[in-house]
Ligand binder design. Sequence first.
Ligand code: NAI
Length: 343
Amino acid sequence: MKIAFFDAKDYDIPAFERYGKENGIEFKYYETKLGADTVGLARGFDGVCVFVNDDVSAPVVDGLFEEGVKYIALRCAGYNNVDVKRCFGKIHVVRVPAYSPYAVAEHTMAMLLTSVRRIHKAYNRTREFNFSLNGLTGFDLHGKTVGVIGTGKIGSIFIDICKGFGMNVLAYDKFPRQDAAFPYVPLDEIFAKSDVISLHLPLFEDTYHLINHDTLKKLKKGVILLNTSRGALIDAEALLEGIKQRIIGAACLDVYEEESELFFEDYSGHIIEDDTLARLLSMPNVIVTSHQAFLTEEALANIAETTVQNLVLCREGKACPNELCYDCGNMENCKKKRKERCF
Ligand code: NAI
């Protein structure tokens, strides 16, 4: 089985080589992202392996199909960049639903603590022998209210971590957990009462710009906003406005609405065209990491192992629990009525 691997980074390759060799899967690594201009590189391959910022929109799906590609293996959980509807009947789509929810939840708390205790400022100061404490006053997380939106795998672990800090948890989810040991409240109550809000839900049409100019008005003054899910959950222009109006006290972003052209690359010697991002980065109360939350050794090994397992099941024509299906209406838990496959 031959797979064209797009948007390859040095840290991806060792684990994929190891699991690929063990299972008879040959990867060809392309640094470029998959998109309309690069779809031709998939010619002659059984499948493509893609990540969060590859473009797998309808024209690209059609292009892949024309090139004879049978499988799209997402090496991530989110699939908002794939037109799964267009794939139905043409190309099987598999993903890695969880690789290390701990990695993302722990990174979220790392960003919160960095922001609240001004660690990023202190780090720079002490390296220059500036031992002044002026401007570094933080606040206790203990006793503060954290609103967690999305209580799936990552959100639930983040809630456990917050409880360990003695925070009061309020949660919102479209599909609440039955076994939850924390209260679910309406979204507006989260907005009104939370000192910290953390987003742990997928990007869908109904979650696009969940934080926008209207919701801004409902937030508690000084709230800290955490987003380690998907950039477009937040309207970046509204966020900027909220910071300028002092409604948002701090923002910790591992994802950004327009990240696809920037994140994962080194642009340190370049002029950045994105004025919104540049302005956000200039704010003393904004911390940005470039979609790094998943990046632990454990997660990289799990991503490679699960992706290879998914492809092995595809090759053998067997049911794959991680296949995404448009047709049966149950995208993530396809009933696979047709010969145990989506189609
Ligand atoms: P999950 O599927 O376990 O949980 C998502 C939760 O969101 C579910 O409980 C679901 O019911 C809820 N949800 C769905 N639609 C909703 C809506 N309209 N309103 C409120 N809640 C809704 O997913 P998991 O593994 O916890 O991941 C969460 C997100 O984290 C992913 O969708 C992905 O975008 C992001 N992620 C980011 C990574 C990073 O490196 N920054 C790495 C992995 C995931």
